[in-house]
Ligand binder design. Structure first.
Ligand code: SF4
Length: 734
């Protein structure tokens, strides 16, 4: 280290694991990153993405100042004042002329990886009063939210596997050795799985690919893609049929167990075996192992979510945890308690029962064109293009896109690309890059690099396998000309709501006031809040109102975090159903089961496509970092040797992949890690469109897998796009 170098702690924002990093900083440049050995949660773990923090932070393609589209159609750098002036001049008038539904909002998943992205979008949505809200959740995790909403009455009450104490872990459609975990925040997920094996526990992995995670397992079941819900239903059926179901103390909180048993009657191991391509004896053995384990947890992720029966699969994951008595007990699947969570609700006085809540409703409104029901206040992002390009009353005419690149991440990017280019009156992107989506914006507002922002994980602490809290301030000062991300959000909210020119702090003051009112806390508390910025004051308030009664000052005194202890049973604090009980067979689920029953007789397509995750990538975000490109992080079509021989493909040759939605080409990678009948392409690629400013990504564009989809295939309960188990044909490209 040179004499002017120093180190600073920083929570890594590059995936859901939230590892603590120690950054090396020369002047104001991050020159290195290593795992923070003193971090109370990650204890020194780091992956290649975290180690590339400096490269990502200093990417010369990052925008520094806003871009505004001139009369000649070109985007040019401008001042922050001019950018917000333009938004204020256009957006309120547009809403006045066409109503609030004329504005659509798209929120990408990087929002939950920044402090400002977590704190301000709810205020933006409140200011715009639009129902045209689209997020990455309908490309990913919405089935989990919907199943939790229906079972527990709270879409955010997602139990996580108690990784460090469980005796048996069943993973379905999850590859944490590459993803480092999702909806399950666990720094060093690989190490935690190895520790499970070392302490004599067992790991079962159900995945059509022999992933790195599957290679670690005691048992790997290469299921046919898309059949997860059938297999899970057969496991639940077996537990009930063989009288192995034993919810234990959960029984007093359950409604509908007899109805559940009746609803699953048809899903015997024999009945699902052909559709799953898993023999009945294996299914029965997995169910018996689950029941016999002293403690066990079932965890399903993206491969089981982004399929036709995604919500049913997500529901069945928790049904299995409930039937085996593993929900809400140490070693099973537990509900984390974050430091900024709502203060827990007490049980009904004099009882051990939960206080009845408001429950969870689906379909309170529908999308204009296809009538898709809302879920959690969102419409399917697969329907965004048609909501823009289909004429008629209520059409989306203006779009605010915050940290999202739906041209690459949503189905049929070509249609959305055309809609953004031709059909919008006005578009704002909050994005550090000029990418495939933001290139269409009239105004691009770039947030600063992560080293120049403070960090707190509002979302991921709610999915953490150990209760803890950590906060890191900006590691280097904000560069000249840049604007803090929270100020960008606050000014955007003011500009779209006709309050342009008001101080940005007014937005935080309003948020503090609203939070105090909701909590029934004295307004005087506002004057006691500490912090150097609006977000810090809001964090201080949330900590004070939270279940541990912490303060920002305490967090600042513990730069490596505060350990809040292992997860504890807290079901009665969590339940918000109208009955105050777990509703095992909610009506929307029961109504969707006939669709699953029909799938028992489906003839499987000869070749289906699944996605895959790369350790050195995260969706489309990191394809512009030279140190993370190449090697295993390449956009190839993985195909089994038997299938390759059948269609006449050789390794490295260009394959043509066709589906009902379209066709793309990618180099073939022949490997027996995919089962026969399955091919795999990663997502987030396709950086070949003109007008972007991402030089590294453009040099390695890859193919956009979502171009194989036309956006019509959705899981009906959650509106989530079907991204896995897509029937395709593969041929050598001409
Ligand atoms: S595992 Fe995730 S949080 Fe940890 S260093 Fe890697 S990218 Fe960062």
């Amino acid at each position: 280290m040179s004499h002017d170098s120093r180190t600073a702690p920083r929570i890594c924002p590059l995936c859901e694991a939230t590892c603590g990093l120690t950054l090396t900083i020369e002047g104001t440049t991050v020159t290195g990153a290593r795992g923070d050995r003193d971090d109370i949660f990650s204890r020194g773990f780091i992956c290649p993405k975290g180690a590339s923090f400096g490269g990502l932070d200093a990417d010369p393609d990052r925008l520094r100042v806003p871009l505004v589209r001139g009369d000649d159609g070109e985007l040019r750098e401008t001042t922050w004042e001019a950018a917000f002036d333009l938004i204020a001049a256009r957006m309120p008038d547009l809403v006045k002329a066409h109503g609030p539904q004329a504005v659509g909002v798209v929120l990408g998943n990087p929002n939950v990886h920044t402090m400002a992205g977590s704190l301000y979008p709810p205020l933006l949505l409140a200011a715009l009063r639009t129902r045209n809200v689209f997020t990455a959740s309908t490309l990913d995790q919405m089935p989990k939210h919907v199943s939790s909403g229906l079972l527990f009455g709270d879409a955010h009450a997602i139990p996580v596997p108690d990784l460090d104490r469980t005796d048996h872990l069943l993973l379905i459609g999850a590859n944490p050795l590459e993803s480092n975990g999702s909806l399950c925040t666990a720094p060093d997920f690989p190490g935690r799985l190895r520790a499970l094996r070392r302490r004599g526990g067992t790991l079962t992995v159900i995945d059509p690919r022999r992933t790195r995670t599957a290679r670690l397992a005691d048992r790997h079941v290469a299921i046919r893609p898309g059949a997860d819900a059938l297999l899970l239903a057969a496991l639940a059926h077996t537990l009930i049929d063989e009288k192995l179901a034993d919810p234990g103390p959960l029984a007093e909180h359950l409604d509908g167990i007899d109805e559940l048993a009746a609803a699953l009657t048809d899903f015997t191991p024999d009945a699902v075996a052909a559709a799953c391509d898993v023999d009945a004896a294996t299914i029965t053995a997995i169910a018996r192992e689950l029941a016999a384990a002293p403690t066990a947890a079932v965890y399903g992720r993206i491969g089981s979510c982004t399929v036709e029966h995604g919500t049913l699969a997500s529901w069945l994951v928790d049904v299995l945890n409930i039937l085996t008595g593993n929900l809400d007990r140490p070693g099973g699947a537990l509900f984390p308690l974050a430091a900024t969570a709502r203060a827990p609700r007490a049980a009904e006085p004099g009882t051990r029962s939960a206080v009845p809540g408001k429950g969870f409703a689906l379909g309170r409104w529908s999308s204009r064109v296809s009538g898709h029901p809302e879920a959690k206040g969102e419409l399917p992002i697969a329907a965004l293009a048609e909501e823009i390009d289909t004429p008629g009353e209520g059409r989306i005419r203006a779009l605010v896109v915050v940290a999202a690149n739906p041209v690459l991440s949503a189905p049929d990017g070509d249609r959305l690309d055309a809609a953004l280019g031709d059909k919008l009156d006005f578009m704002v992107s909050v994005d550090p890059y000029l990418n495939e989506t933001s290139r269409h914006a009239d105004v691009v507002l770039p947030p600063p690099p992560p080293s120049q922002s403070a960090h707190f994980d509002f979302a991921f602490n709610s999915f953490a396998v150990h209760n803890q809290v950590r906060y890191t301030r900006a590691a280097v000062p904000l560069e000249d000309e840049r604007m803090d991300e929270s100020e960008i959000h606050a000014r955007l909210i003011l500009a779209v709501s006709g309050m342009h020119g008001a101080p940005p702090a007014a937005v935080d003051d309003l948020a503090v006031d609203t939070a105090l009112t909701r909590a029934g806390a004295p307004k005087e508390l506002a004057a006691e809040l500490t912090g150097e910025s609006g977000p810090e004051r809001r964090l201080d308030l949330m900590l004070r109102l939270g279940p541990y009664g912490l303060t920002l000052e305490q967090l600042l005194a513990h730069p490596h975090g505060i350990d809040l202890g292992p997860l504890k049973p807290r079901l009665t604090e969590v339940l918000r159903t109208r009955s105050g009980r777990i509703e095992l067979l909610p009506e929307p689920i029961a109504a969707d089961l006939p669709r699953l029953r029909r799938a028992l007789g489906d003839r499987p397509a000869p070749l289906v496509l699944v996605g895959r995750r790369h350790l050195r990538s995260n969706n489309s975000w990191m394809h512009n970092v030279g140190s993370l490109t190449g090697g295993s992080n390449v956009c190839t079509l993985q195909i089994h040797p038997d299938d390759a021989a059948r269609v006449g493909l050789v390794d490295g040759a260009t394959a043509r992949i066709e589906s009902a939605g379209g066709g793309i080409e990618a180099p073939a990678e022949i490997t027996d890690t995919v089962r026969s009948g399955v091919v795999s392409l990663p997502h987030g690629w396709g950086h070949s469109r003109p007008g972007t400013r991402m030089s590294v990504a453009a040099a390695h564009p890859g193919a956009n897998v979502n171009q194989l989809l036309d956006g019509t295939l959705l899981d009906p309960l959650s509106g989530t796009a079907v991204l896995n188990a897509i029937p395709v044909s593969v041929t050598p490209a001409r």
